[in-house]
Write a protein that binds this ligand. Structure first.
Ligand code: GSH
Length: 226
């Protein structure tokens, strides 16, 4: 059996972690079915078998792999058909792409989404979420949250993606692969939380709709927060 441990809100079908979305998209790419194991923040003791505290975790028979990039690499090694990464050089470059994208996308999105996250998580998770995030941010969630500033920050990060996607359908070329899923995880994060802080008419908007359409054609509608 193949199981994906992922983060959920009060409703178990509402899975919203960007890193878990990456893995959902990668499994779909490979045509591999999986059973979702939704966890709340306070259920993380159930990840003890993986030897670390974060999702996503993929349990595939005897194999246990955590970290979205490590899971991409595992999937290519174990299931070489329909490569996500390609050769060793492409695999190494994905680490660079991840660093660059982590530097530009999630901070603004988190500013825009943090109160949405707080609203959708289970009340049992509220204290943990607030305490852990406020400790990192150094200020109360309500003072940090700023959807307008978050959206402005996202707009500053989008031009390179828009320029590339104006010339090709996917970040990886004419068909989607690892670079697309790595970046799209952040867009599915916002989408599942009921937000779309980017322009539908932009190349990025069209790219996201293509990926969403492919996902929903196979796995059904994405559960979104109201
Ligand atoms: N580098 C990891 C990041 C994983 C990560 O940060 N996961 C978050 C969910 S988005 C998590 O498990 N958070 C649990 C917590 O904050 O307690 C990856 O790419 O998978």
């Amino acid at each position: 059996m193949r199981e994906l441990y992922e983060l959920c809100g009060a409703e178990p079908e509402l899975v919203f972690s960007p890193y878990c979305w990456r893995v959902r998209l990668a499994l779909l790419h490979k045509g591999l079915s999986f059973v979702s194991r939704p966890l709340r923040f306070t259920d993380k003791a159930q990840l003890a078998f993986s030897g670390q505290p974060l999702v996503p975790v993929l349990r595939d028979g005897e194999a246990v792999v955590s970290d979205s990039l490590a899971i991409f690499r595992y999937l290519d090694q174990r299931y070489p058909a329909k490569p996500l990464l390609g050769d060793a050089l492409s695999s190494a470059r994905l680490g660079l792409i991840d660093q660059l994208i982590q530097h530009s996308l999630p901070a603004g999105l988190f500013k825009a989404l943090v109160l949405r996250i707080h609203a959708v998580i289970d009340p049992a998770d509220h204290a943990y979420f607030r305490q852990s995030r406020e400790q990192k941010l150094g200020l109360p969630l309500e003072e940090f949250a700023d959807p307008v500033a978050g959206q402005a920050s996202l707009q500053q990060a989008l031009p390179p993606l828009n320029r590339l996607l104006a010339t090709q359908a996917y970040l990886d070329g004419s068909a989607p692969a690892a670079a697309d899923y790595l970046v799209a995880g952040f867009f599915f994060w916002a989408w599942s939380l009921g937000e779309q802080p980017w322009d539908s008419d932009s190349p990025v908007g069209a790219w996201f709709q293509r990926l969403l359409g492919q996902y929903e054609a196979q796995l059904g509608p994405v559960k979104r927060a109201a």
